[in-house]
Write a protein of this length. Structure first.
Length: 251
């Protein structure tokens, strides 16, 4: 099921879908079906161009992020625990990478550390496993290394290392916290991921206060340069498509 979900997300994402259309165009050209080949080739290039522009990417992300805008920390409710979802920190890969690698979504771990320092939570639950085929540290363990470096004591950290997607995050967190009689959490994840994540956690019967971070659609100014293709914009579009696919298929 995990492999099917990943494959579906890859094919529906702008890059994967454009490559699929390009492959169809190539196959039709090999069969000498030029009209069909031209059609699919043009659609593939147009689709790739649209979602490579910051203009389209920012608006797609904004549809997700505007549901959970930034909230001043002073206005956030306190809770016994902050739950931080994986997706922002890659594990060390000896001998090439000796420490965890932070990506754009590593704001999640940093924000959780701020919540702890401000006294909004007493502990931080880090949720994220590792694909058994890849091995190495679970993402929860990698996040723990980073949080320890940020000054969060080991005694304040709870690690959940079994989950591989958002649905499993919620189920495993519910099981872990249920043993401690905790049902109220601050949920820390990227703003674009929050609509999908909060649904899963509330479905588990948890009382969830969203603590969204990693807002990316922050520049609303119209600029002709936003019509120029950009690799970062394509990456953000792919992330947004992944969120929509995950929302509809329930992962």
């Amino acid at each position: 099921m995990f492999l099917i979900e990943k494959t579906a997300a890859l094919l529906i994402a702008p890059l994967g879908f454009s490559l699929l259309l390009g492959l169809i165009a190539l196959l039709l050209a090999m069969k000498d079906w030029r009209r069909g080949a031209n059609f699919f080739g043009v659609v593939a290039l147009a689709w790739l161009y649209i979602w490579s522009t910051p203009l389209a990417s920012e608006r797609l992300l904004a549809l997700l992020e505007r549901q959970y805008p930034p909230v001043p920390m002073a206005d956030l409710a306190s809770a016994p625990v902050a739950v931080v979802l994986g997706g922002g920190i890659a594990a060390p890969k000896l001998p090439h990478r000796l420490a965890p690698d932070l990506n754009d979504a590593s704001d999640r771990a940093w924000y959780a550390a701020r919540l702890y320092r401000e006294g909004k939570v007493k502990s931080i639950l880090l949720s994220g496993g590792v694909d058994s085929r890849l091995g190495g540290l679970a993402e929860a363990e990698s996040m723990a290394i980073f949080l320890r470096d940020l000054g969060v004591p080991k005694s304040a950290l709870i690690l959940e290392k079994a989950s591989l997607n958002t649905r499993q995050n919620a189920a495993q967190v519910k099981e872990t916290l249920g043993k401690q009689g905790i049902d109220h959490i601050l949920l820390v994840t990227s703003a674009a991921h929050m609509p999908r994540a909060i649904g899963h956690f509330r479905a588990q019967g948890l009382r969830v206060t969203p603590a969204a971070t990693d807002h990316r659609a922050v520049d609303a100014n119209l600029d002709v340069r936003k019509l120029l293709p950009d690799a970062g914009a394509l990456s953000d579009s792919g992330m947004a498509f992944k969120e929509w696919v995950g929302f509809w298929v329930g992962c």
